[in-house]
Write a protein that binds this ligand. Structure first.
Ligand code: HEM
Length: 270
């Protein structure tokens, strides 16, 4: 006779799936943060801003354009910082042990997310750093959603409405990571499409699909996760937990590919 499963087992499968995804996202996001700090930080320390154009950008560093350059470098470095700050907010042990740290880091995260989003709007719509209208529209909707959910997360935290705060803060966290999702999404799409002979050009359909998917898909998966949490059915917990493990593997593969083909070669080029 087989031993009956512990009643909490299905929920443990669900939370283990979430932990697996989080662990692989943590790895990939910190690799991105390390790249951003090294790539954008060292020319700033050396006072050699022209070195920023060692890799292709949409606009990048333009001699004489003080406002544009400040927004460009500030956007990227603060983007790295907000990615770094966001991840800590999700660690339950930190929230429980040091609630004041969670609150201060949360304020830092939401404040910097606002700055990064507004400088992103400037770069795209004032400086003209656009790959195309549709992809600029996609990043801008992502930006507007960041502003919306950051505000809602802040408001619900002030009201001490923890359940609502958690939902909005998780949405804001995923949206802030849209830039990172876009990069690992491009890598995953390339891994699948390259063997089929399909190239990913900045004005082609695959790039646009990945652009929109970089924020729509994470939000959709999060909504499914919230539903699974509320569901009393064990099968739903198993399906979502298993799905998250698959996504954790995909996230890890995309992150490793971005490190190997996107970030590492740029940092170690002469
Ligand atoms: C808060 C979320 C965001 C973060 C963390 C972020 C982060 C970054 C980072 C790290 C880069 C440099 C990437 C690289 O060189 O590989 C970058 C570039 C860029 N970002 Fe963002 N970004 C965010 C939101 C936005 C938004 C909402 C927009 C537009 C509406 C935007 C527009 C841009 C543009 C146009 C560039 C490229 C500039 C160029 O190449 O000349 N970003 N972002």
């Amino acid at each position: 006779m087989s031993t009956p499963l512990h009643p909490a087992f299905p929920r443990r499968v669900l939370s283990s799936g979430a932990t697996a995804w989080f662990a692989s996202a943590l790895f990939g996001q910190w690799a991105f943060v390390a790249f951003v700090l090294m790539f954008f930080g060292s020319p700033l320390v050396d006072g050699d801003l022209a070195a920023l154009n060692r890799k292709p950008h949409i606009t990048g560093y333009v001699p004489g354009d003080l406002v544009g350059n400040v927004q460009f470098v500030g956007h990227a470095l603060l983007g790295g910082l907000v990615t770094f700050a966001g991840v800590w907010q999700l660690v339950p042990a930190l929230r429980r042990r040091w609630p004041a740290l969670h609150r201060w880091n949360g304020r830092l995260f939401l404040g910097i997310a606002l700055l990064v989003t507004l400088t992103g709007f400037y770069l795209t719509w004032v400086r003209g750093s656009r790959l195309g209208f549709a992809s600029a529209l996609s990043t801008s909707i992502n930006g507007l959603l960041i502003l919306g959910f950051a505000l809602l997360a802040w408001r619900s935290a002030l009201r001490r409405d923890v359940a609502t705060h958690r939902r909005h803060a998780l949405r804001a966290y995923l949206l802030v990571n849209g830039v990172w999702f876009l990069r690992i999404g491009i890598m995953l799409a390339a891994l699948v499409l390259a063997p089929l002979g399909v190239k990913i050009d900045y004005d082609g359909a695959p790039f646009l699909v990945v652009s929109f998917a970089s924020w729509v898909l994470p939000l959709a998966v999060l909504e499914l996760y919230f539903r699974a949490e509320r569901s009393p059915r064990a099968s739903v917990h198993y399906a979502m937990g298993g799905g998250l493990v698959v996504l954790a593997l995909a996230t890890l593969a995309g992150s490793l590919a971005a490190m190997a083909f996107m970030w590492w070669p740029v940092l170690w080029r002469d």
